[in-house]
Design a protein around this ligand. Structure first.
Ligand code: PGA
Length: 252
C-alpha cells in the first residue's frame, strides 16, 4: 500500500489561502510525486471547497476532514456529519487527535464511536493515539497506546478493508513542540501498534493497515522517520502549512 503523507492544517488558513496552498502543493509535486506515496490534505471545514477545487483531478491526492459528529443528521447545532464531508469531497477523516482529546475533552469512547461510525458511513478513518509526557516518563506508553487502540477500534469489524483504516501514532509531547520521538522510540511505539492491529484484525489484515507517525515532522527529519520499521506515512501539522515544506516532506 502507498505511504500516506497527510497535511493537517488544523485551525489555520482562510478559504482563499487554503486553495492557493493546495494549488502550490499540486504544482510543486507535479511529475515528482513518488508512485508509492499518496498525499492527503486536511483543511478546516470552511476551506474544503477551494482545496477540493485546487486538487481536482490530481492523481495521488485526497481530501480529508479533521472531525465530525457520529450521526447521519439531526439536531446537533454546530456539528457536521460524515455524509456532508463525503459530499464535500472528503475521502478520509481524523478521529482522536490529541488536540480533540486534550483541549476539546473527547474521551476514548467518543473516539471509538467516531471511528466506527465514519467507517460505516464510507469514510476512511485515521485513528490518532499517543501518550502525554508524564505517561511516557511513568513507563506507560504501551498501556496508554493499547487502551486508546482498544477503545478506538472497538466498533470496527475484523474484516475491515485495510485501505480504509490507518492509525497515527503521535506522542503528545512531540506535537507542535519541535521535539520528535527518536528512531528507537518511534520503532518501539509502532511495533506496539502493529502487534495490537495483528491481534485485533489477524496477521494478514493487521499487517496491511497503515501506521503513520506524527509530531514535529519536518523536511529535515521526514526521510529518517519514513525509513523506520512500521512507519507507513506521516501526519504533519506545522510543516504542512507551506506548500514547499510539505512537498519536501512528501518527496523525502
Ligand atoms: P505538528 O503536528 O507536525 O505541528 O507537530 C502534528 C499533528 O498534530 O498532527
Amino acid at each position: 500500500m502507498k505511504k500516506l503523507m497527510a497535511a493537517n492544517w488544523k485551525m489555520y488558513k482562510l478559504a482563499g489561502e487554503a486553495g492557493d496552498t493546495a494549488a502550490a502543493l499540486r504544482a510543486a509535486l507535479d511529475g515528482k510525486l513518488p508512485a508509492d506515496r499518496e498525499v492527503l490534505v486536511i483543511p478546516p471545514f470552511t476551506a474544503l471547497g477551494p482545496t477540493r477545487q485546487a486538487l481536482a483531478g490530481a492523481a495521488g491526492f485526497a481530501l480529508g476532514a479533521q472531525n465530525f459528529y457520529p450521526s447521519r443528521q439531526g439536531a446537533f447545532t454546530g456539528e457536521i456529519a460524515p455524509d456532508m464531508l463525503l459530499d464535500a469531497g472528503c475521502r478520509y477523516a481524523l478521529a482522536g487527535h490529541s488536540e480533540r482529546r486534550h483541549i476539546l475533552g473527547e474521551d476514548d469512547a467518543v473516539v471509538g464511536r467516531k471511528v466506527a461510525f465514519g467507517l460505516a458511513a464510507g469514510l476512511s478513518m485515521i485513528l490518532c493515539v499517543g501518550e502525554k509526557i508524564e505517561e511516557r516518563q511513568a513507563g506507560e506508553v504501551e498501556a496508554v497506546v493499547s487502551r486508546q487502540l482498544e477503545a478506538g477500534l472497538a466498533g470496527v469489524p475484523t474484516d475491515v478493508s485495510a485501505e480504509t483504516l490507518a492509525i497515527a501514532y503521535e506522542p503528545v509531547w512531540a506535537i507542535g513542540t519541535g521535539l520528535t520521538a527518536g528512531p528507537a522510540e518511534v520503532a518501539e511505539a509502532h511495533a506496539v501498534v502493529r502487534a495490537r492491529l495483528v491481534a485485533r484484525f489477524g496477521p494478514e489484515n493487521g499487517a496491511k493497515i497503515r501506521i503513520l507517525y506524527g509530531g514535529s515532522v519536518k523536511p529535515g527529519n521526514a526521510g529518517e522517520i519514513l525509513g523506520i520499521d512500521n512507519v507507513d506515512g506521516v501526519l504533519v501539522g506545522g510543516a504542512s502549512l507551506e506548500a514547499e515544506s510539505f512537498a519536501a516532506i512528501v518527496t523525502a
